[in-house]
Design a protein around this ligand. Structure first.
Ligand code: HEC
Ligand code: HEC
Length: 192
């Protein structure tokens, strides 16, 4: 029996604890322990399909969690996970991650695409994705240094209609070619 326990992943173990064992509300650090297996101990992503949460705005994290929970936003794992938590938990998690320092990632990026993307970002996306996507404000997530596969996956969910694109964002995106969108995502991934 002991052996099985040691085989549990960090995330699954912490999730079980947070759901059952505590009479007092768990601390934000404890809740966020359940997220660290995938989003890193300091909110930095541990894998290419997972976003970095560090320095995301509190509102953006709470919004995302509520949408995952309700099924408004499609997901591979987050929908299932989010169902285990209350709004108060989301608030505590979001506070914790929003206070972590911005993480930059080292990715192999096509420099020509990133350069084209920089101009497109300025002209089309910078009203909401501030400071080259480094600054998350209100419900806008941090884009800078997110893994390219994650960004591509989210953009294709938007384009297929499975994830609902903010209306004002859709107005900009519809004028751009697939090649231009690809350049934009390369740009965001390249920002350190
Ligand atoms: C098993 C891995 C895993 C665990 C554990 C996990 N996440 Fe996630 N998270 C993901 C993946 C993958 C995505 C992308 C959406 C999807 O496909 O589910 C994501 C997306 C997110 C997003 C959206 C961010 C954005 O930029 O749009 C938020 C917020 C988030 N997770 C918060 C959390 C919190 C809070 C926890 C702890 C309760 C947690 N996650 C635990 C894998 C995980
Ligand atoms: C009017 C404000 C606005 C504009 C303009 C805008 N966005 Fe967004 N963007 C948002 C918001 C808000 C979200 C998160 C909303 C949601 O889906 O829950 C988002 C999310 C995204 C995401 C998903 C990131 C993640 O972590 O989930 C991508 C990719 C993205 N935007 C790309 C772009 C690109 C490329 C442009 C320019 C062509 C652009 N956006 C213009 C507001 C905007």
């Amino acid at each position: 029996m002991k052996k099985r326990w040691s085989g549990w992943t960090l995330a699954a173990g912490a999730l079980a604890l947070s759901a059952t064992a505590f009479a007092a509300p768990p601390s934000p650090e404890m809740i966020s322990f359940a997220c660290a297996g995938c989003h890193g101990t300091n909110g930095g992503s541990a894998g290419l399909t997972m976003p970095t949460l560090a320095s995301q705005s509190k509102t953006a994290i709470v919004d995302a969690m509520k949408k995952f929970k309700s099924g408004d936003r499609p997901s591979t794992v987050m929908g299932r996970l989010a169902k285990g938590y209350s709004d108060a938990d989301f608030d505590a998690m979001a506070t914790f991650f929003s206070k972590q320092k911005f993480h930059s990632t080292a990715q192999t990026i096509d420099a020509a695409k990133a350069k084209q993307g920089a101009d497109l970002q300025e002209a089309n996306c910078s009203r909401c994705h501030l400071e080259d996507g480094k600054e998350g404000k209100d419900d806008t997530p941090v884009m800078a240094s997110q893994w390219l596969p994650y960004l591509k996956m989210q953009m294709s969910l938007y384009e297929s209609g499975k994830r609902k694109m903010p209306e004002k964002m859709a107005e900009k995106v519809k004028n751009l070619s697939p090649q231009e969108i690809d350049a934009l995502l390369h740009f965001y991934a390249s920002v350190k």
